[in-house]
Design a protein around this ligand. Sequence first.
Ligand SMILES: Cc1cc2nc3c(=O)[nH]c(=O)nc-3n(C[C@H](O)[C@H](O)[C@H](O)COP(=O)(O)OP(=O)(O)OC[C@H]3O[C@@H](n4cnc5c(N)ncnc54)[C@H](O)[C@@H]3O)c2cc1C
Ligand code: SF4
Length: 543
Amino acid sequence: MTAGVRARNESAWLLPNDGTRTNHRLRRDMRQFADTDEIDLVIVGCGAGGSVMLQRLARAGWRVAALDAGPFWDPDTDWVSDEAGSHHLYWTEPRVIAGSDPVPMGSNNSGRGVGGSMVHYAGYTPRFHPSDFTTHSVDGVGADWPLSYPELRPYYEQIEQELPVAGERWPWGDPHGYPHRPHPVGGNGEVFLRGADKLGIMAKVGPVAIANGRFGNRPHCIYRGFCLQGCKVNAKASPLITHVPDALAHGAEVRPDAMVTQVAVDKLTGRALGVHYVTGGRERFQRARMVAVAGYSIETPRLLLNSASSRFPEGLCNDFDQVGRYLMVQGAPQTAGRFDAEVRMYKAPPPEVSTEAFYETDPAQDYKRGFSIQTVSPLPITWAEHVAAQGHWGSALREYMTDYVHWSCLGALCEFLPQPENRVTLAGEKDSYGLPVARFAYSQCDNDRALARAAQTVMEDILHAAGADEVITIQRYAHLVGGARMAADERHGVVDRYCRSFAVPNLYITDGSVLPTQGSANPALTIMAVAARAAHHLAAGIS
Ligand SMILES: Cc1cc2nc3c(=O)[nH]c(=O)nc-3n(C[C@H](O)[C@H](O)[C@H](O)COP(=O)(O)OP(=O)(O)OC[C@H]3O[C@@H](n4cnc5c(N)ncnc54)[C@H](O)[C@@H]3O)c2cc1C
Ligand code: SF4
């Protein structure tokens, strides 16, 4: 297996094996294109979707550059194993939130910098189920994708090998195995497995994009639990170490600290010409034969709307008022349980054990679709936020904090449905570049609320069955996707099944924005697989 991965993507072997985490020579010798060069492809954003495009097309011999608004991280010098010290990893530019159930923005949605949000993601990497691609025709809710699960399967397999993913054989959805064996579980995972077993709920270890054993020059996990602060060890996968090194070795350029402000389109031909961007306080323009936007579900629709022109007065690709619509978050209630024995949930990666036993529509329930449950293991500051969200302050909050080692914590991901009015538009406010910021309106439907209630009941039952003497649940959200969705035609979405925009033939969107539904799986693996498929077809000239 390893030889096959290495032939396709050598990133893990291009990292140093001397105890440091960054191949400085590769970055120093990186190819640098001039703005006036008409390169083959310029990519906006070097996160989950953008970096896979970059690596695949660099391998195919394309002249390709990725521009990212944030820094080119060096884990040795830029990241700390400390919750309070990790705020610079998040996208903290202002955003306006609205709707009847507004979604708080900040650490829990998007990242900034090379590697994107996967730098501080948790590392769970499940596949979507085959049913996720046909929810409208099978369950009467959501949307059907213009591509099927079997069409995506080979790309799931490729990315699982490249991250690599560790876990038990997965019995749900399309049953499959993983390249690395499951990790040993810590206290929180043991609680989950014990409670689920008592209730007859199947739970499994994994799947996580965390090396279990050495992978190339990446060491195995040391189980210190700082995955959401950027793994300083290089055990947890992010594009910074899984795709960018190989891209650079094949002649790609990564241009950090470069904020793209507009995609330029020729008003006569309607084709993309390149991108306007700001770096070092200067406005510049990169010419390109093709443009791919991969800036995350909020920033991608915002950039398209900010790229309005005489040819596209309502925003780029927005002739049918589809840009920014059908944005989704997963309902993510979190339930903690207290045990007399110490759990010490911080002593392991937060993602350890999960169940997808409630993923599909259950005809016995009055709601459609379902939810997954996973260990989440908040560190102390996040634990304080959980307790404070329950209304505990002062001495009560202090007591919960000093009791931290006795608590276990589970999180659900509920498949909240895509709705047209859950959308990004432009606000009146401007950011530091003088650009209108995104306004994100979000409201839940009855099905969403029913799912969150059902998930809460199951999590509380599991923790009680495991022996918890007190349980507390908070409501929250996770994982934004959608906003420039893939569809059969331009009246129902923004891009086609190959991620090519309907409106501009040389403009692609290759990030989480294109997902028409979200299942109750964490999205990063699917985003990378969709981007790998788009890159494959683009390189082969199929689309
Ligand atoms: C706390 C947290 C935990 C998570 N845990 C998991 C998990 O366990 N499993 C999972 O699957 N997913 C998880 N996710 C979600 C996952 O990380 C994202 O869904 C995924 O990274 C999104 O990929 P993307 O390509 O759409 O965008 P990103 O990976 O966010 O990449 C977008 C990039 O574009 C750049 N950018 C944006 N706008 C511009 C612009 N105008 N010009 C230049 N650059 C720009 C940004 O700086 C960023 O680097 C988590 C996310 C968070 C925040
Ligand atoms: S627990 Fe493992 S994967 Fe997470 S930060 Fe530590 S070494 Fe990295």
